[in-house]
Design a protein around this ligand. Sequence first.
Ligand code: NI
Length: 177
Amino acid sequence: MIQPILRMGDPRLLTVAAPVAEFGTPALDTLLQDMFDTMRAANGAGLAAPQIGVPLRIVIFGQPELNSRYPDAPVVPQTVLINPVLTALDDIQVDGWEGCLSVPGLRGVVPRYLRLHYEGYDAEGQAFARTVEGFHARVVQHECDHLDGVLYPMRVQDFTRFGYTDVLFPGLDASDD
Ligand code: NI
């Protein structure tokens, strides 16, 4: 079921979420389905459980398959990532525009690590790990920040590159965050 997405200013977005202790439960299945329903309805690139008011270390992101209309778009596989641990592979950070379903209508430039190793558990409790870079690495860092109560505006360094999407990018379809 589509759930309401908490918006910046809600104190529940600022808390540190707790690890998932039990996998394969009906409650976890329902939560993940709610998260996917909510992310898709909002046309989001990712979603963290705290954004729908559930203080657990769960993020989802990515698309089920390549959209043939945008063959050059960065491909991030549809992923459930639970109890994630992120490790930057080096010190290199790159700037990139970000938005957030909890900060609707705005975009900002945020530095993120370019190359990232991450590991965690899938919905069934199977451990997995990936080494990624670029947009994929950015999405994971953004979503996992939510698990520690960090919203991307807190990481904006140059506030001349933070503003309303329709003002920054006239004509852009701003429906997706
Ligand atoms: Ni977000």
